[in-house]
Design a protein around this ligand. Structure first.
Ligand SMILES: [Zn+2]
Ligand SMILES: [Zn+2]
Length: 59
């Protein structure tokens, strides 16, 4: 099942999202990616929360 995950703040996909990107858990700024729940996470918190990035094919 494929569905586009939208940013919870602006309702746009990651590629079009212009929001300030920081981890919703730790406020980190490194390697932030949009995840399945529409929020941004850093790699450490993604792992801790066992959440996956919204679109792994995106550059
Ligand atoms: Zn956004
Ligand atoms: Zn984090």
């Amino acid at each position: 099942m494929q569905s586009t995950i939208l940013c919870s703040q602006c309702d746009k996909p990651e590629s079009k999202c212009g929001c300030d990107r920081y981890c919703c858990y730790c406020q980190g700024l490194e390697n932030i990616r949009l995840c399945m729940d529409g929020k941004y996470y850093c790699p450490d918190c993604r792992e801790a929360c066992e959440i996956h990035v919204a679109d792994t094919n995106e550059q």
